[in-house]
Design a protein around this ligand. Sequence first.
Ligand SMILES: *[C@@H]1O[C@H](CO)[C@@H](O)[C@H](O)[C@H]1NC(C)=O
Ligand SMILES: *[C@@H]1O[C@H](CO)[C@@H](O)[C@H](O)[C@H]1NC(C)=O
Ligand SMILES: *[C@@H]1O[C@H](CO)[C@@H](O)[C@H](O)[C@H]1NC(C)=O
Ligand SMILES: *[C@@H]1O[C@H](CO)[C@@H](O)[C@H](O)[C@H]1NC(C)=O
Ligand SMILES: *[C@@H]1O[C@H](CO)[C@@H](O)[C@H](O)[C@H]1NC(C)=O
Ligand SMILES: *[C@@H]1O[C@H](CO)[C@@H](O)[C@H](O)[C@H]1NC(C)=O
Ligand SMILES: *[C@@H]1O[C@H](CO)[C@@H](O)[C@H](O)[C@H]1NC(C)=O
Ligand SMILES: *[C@@H]1O[C@H](CO)[C@@H](O)[C@H](O)[C@H]1NC(C)=O
Ligand SMILES: *[C@@H]1O[C@H](CO)[C@@H](O)[C@H](O)[C@H]1NC(C)=O
Length: 471
Amino acid sequence: MSLFLLLLMLATCDSQYNLLTVPFKGAVMTYYPKNTTTTDFMVNVRYTVYYELCTNLGWQCLSGDCGGENTVVYTVKSSDIEGWCQTEGVSTRQIPSNAPFQLWFNGSDWTSNANGIVRSKAVTLVELRTRSDTGKANTSPQTTILADLRVPSNCERVYSLLAFDPDGDDVKCRPGNASLSECDTCTLPLGLVLDNCTFSLMNSSVLEGSLKYVIQLVMEDFPRQTITLTQSDGSRATLTTSDAISKIPVQFLLQLDPPAPSCTEGLYIPQFLPPTPTHGALFITRYLQIDITVQANLSTISDLVVSGPHNVIVTLSGPGQFTLSWSPIQDEDGESHSICFVAEATLNSVVYQSVLRCVIAIVDLTPAAPSIPVSPLYVVNNTEPATTLPDTVNTSNITDSPSPLVVGTTPSPNPASASTPAPMNIVGLSVKVSSLTPLSDADIFLQVKNILVSFGLPQDVVVRIVNAVQL
Ligand SMILES: *[C@@H]1O[C@H](CO)[C@@H](O)[C@H](O)[C@H]1NC(C)=O
Ligand SMILES: *[C@@H]1O[C@H](CO)[C@@H](O)[C@H](O)[C@H]1NC(C)=O
Ligand SMILES: *[C@@H]1O[C@H](CO)[C@@H](O)[C@H](O)[C@H]1NC(C)=O
Ligand SMILES: *[C@@H]1O[C@H](CO)[C@@H](O)[C@H](O)[C@H]1NC(C)=O
Ligand SMILES: *[C@@H]1O[C@H](CO)[C@@H](O)[C@H](O)[C@H]1NC(C)=O
Ligand SMILES: *[C@@H]1O[C@H](CO)[C@@H](O)[C@H](O)[C@H]1NC(C)=O
Ligand SMILES: *[C@@H]1O[C@H](CO)[C@@H](O)[C@H](O)[C@H]1NC(C)=O
Ligand SMILES: *[C@@H]1O[C@H](CO)[C@@H](O)[C@H](O)[C@H]1NC(C)=O
Ligand SMILES: *[C@@H]1O[C@H](CO)[C@@H](O)[C@H](O)[C@H]1NC(C)=O
C-alpha cells in the first residue's frame, strides 16, 4: 500500500512518468439499462480494468451520443509485489435518446507481452432501443475475467469464458478486429485455439515459459429470432439472428509458466472439490455466500483470486477452504453479476494456478427473496437460520482491502436476529410456456404452481419469475 502511494507521488512529480503510460493488463465492460420506461434514458456501464499500478483512465465516446456520466471507481484489490491493481468503475450515463452509442478505451500500452501487442484499445457497443421480443432495452452479455490466467507450459488446458445473457440471447465470442478499433494490434498467441468463448493452448509446449500473452476478444449477443429495435424517435431497425445486438470487450493476459512436474489436478495444480459450485452455476439471491474447497496434495494452497463486484469478500475458513460472499446494493436489484475465481498454490515459490471457475448471481432484493444462494444445479437444503441482512450497503467509503469496511456481509448467520424457519428447499426451473392468448405473470405463476403441486409439492410452494424471454 505504501509502495503504491509512493509511486503515484512519483508519477505526479516526474513529468517523464505519465499516468497514461501505466501498463495495462486487461479489461472487461458490461452494461445494464436503467429506468428506460421513462423519457430519461439511463444505463449503468460497468468496467473492470487491470493495470500495473492503481490508476483510472476513463472511457470516451467513440460514436453516437454517449450522454453525461457520473462514475464511481473502486479499487478492488492491488498487489504491489506482483504489480497489478484491479479497479471497478460504475458509470451511470444519462442520454437524451435510446439511440445506440459506442464507448471506447484508447489507453496506455499493454504490459510487456510475448505476442507483441503495444497499444491498448477496446470498444463497447451500447444498444438501448426497445426490443420487440422483450419490450425492453437490451442488456449486454455478462462476464468477467482475471488479470493473469496462468498455466504451466507443458499442460493442456481449456478455458471457458462465462457468457451469461440476461435477455436469453445467444452469446458468441470472436477475436477483436483492428478496423473496428476493438484492439490496436489484434494478434492472438500462436497455438491458441479459439472456439467461440472457449480457448485452449493445445500446442503450448512449443512456446517457452514464463511468457505473458495478450488475448483480446469481443463478446456479442445475437437474437434467437429476427427482432425489431424501436428508437425513441419512432425509427426502427431489424436485426436477424446473425446481427449482433451489443458488444463488449474481454481482454486479459494468459501467462505460460515453466513446466509443472505433473499436470494432474490436485497434485501441484489446485483442484476444486465439492461443495465448490460448478462452472456457470446460477444463484438467485439477495446475499451470495458460496463455499469453495481446494486441494493440492504436493503444493500449498496460497490464494483464491477473484474477479467480481468490488465488494465481494473472500475469507479463509480452513486449509483450502474459502468462503466467498457478496451483498448487492439496492441499485443492483434485478441485475446479474458474474464472479470468477482461480485458486493458487505454491511450492518453492513456483505458483500453480487452477482452472477458471465462474458463477452468476442474479440479485433479487425483494423481501421474500431467499437470503441464501439458490442454484438450479443444486437443491439447497436451508436448515440454517436465515440471516437478517440490510438491503443496502454503504459502499461510498470502500477503497482498498474491503473486508473490514463492508457492513452486512458477516459470513456466519447472526443468531440474535434469526428466527428458525422450517426446512426449505429451493430449485430453479427453466419453463417454456406457450399460449394462443396473452398471459399475465399471475396466469403463469398459477399454472406453474398447479403443475408443481400436482407433482406433490406443498400448496404453499412459492413460485417467482426471475427472467422471462418472449420466443
Ligand atoms: C428514473 O427517472 C426519474 C425521472 O428522471 C428519476 O426521478 C428517478 O430518480 C430515476 N430512477 C432511478 C432508479 O434512477
Ligand atoms: C488514440 O490514442 C493515440 C495515442 O495517444 C492518439 O494518437 C490518437 O489520436 C487517439 N485517437 C483518438 C481518436 O483520440
Ligand atoms: C458460444 O458460447 C456461448 C458460451 O459458452 C454459448 O452460450 C453459445 O451458445 C455458443 N454459441 C455457439 C454458436 O456455439
Ligand atoms: C473487420 O471489420 C471490417 C469492417 O467491418 C470487416 O470488413 C472485416 O471483414 C473484419 N475483419 C475480420 C477478420 O472479421
Ligand atoms: C504445433 O506447433 C508446431 C510448430 O509451430 C506446428 O508445426 C504444428 O502444426 C502445431 N500443431 C498443432 C496441432 O497445432
Ligand atoms: C490427494 O490426497 C487425498 C487424500 O489422501 C486423496 O484422496 C486424493 O486422491 C489425492 N489427490 C490426487 C490428485 O492424487
Ligand atoms: C434437509 O436437512 C435436514 C436436516 O439435516 C434433514 O432432516 C432433511 O431430510 C433434509 N431434506 C432433504 C430434502 O434433504
Ligand atoms: C455513506 O458513507 C459516507 C462516508 O462515510 C457518508 O458521507 C454518506 O452520507 C453515507 N451514505 C449513506 C446513504 O449512508
Ligand atoms: C465506512 O462506512 C461505514 C458505514 O457508513 C462505517 O461504519 C465505517 O466506519 C466507515 N469506515 C471508514 C473507514 O470511514
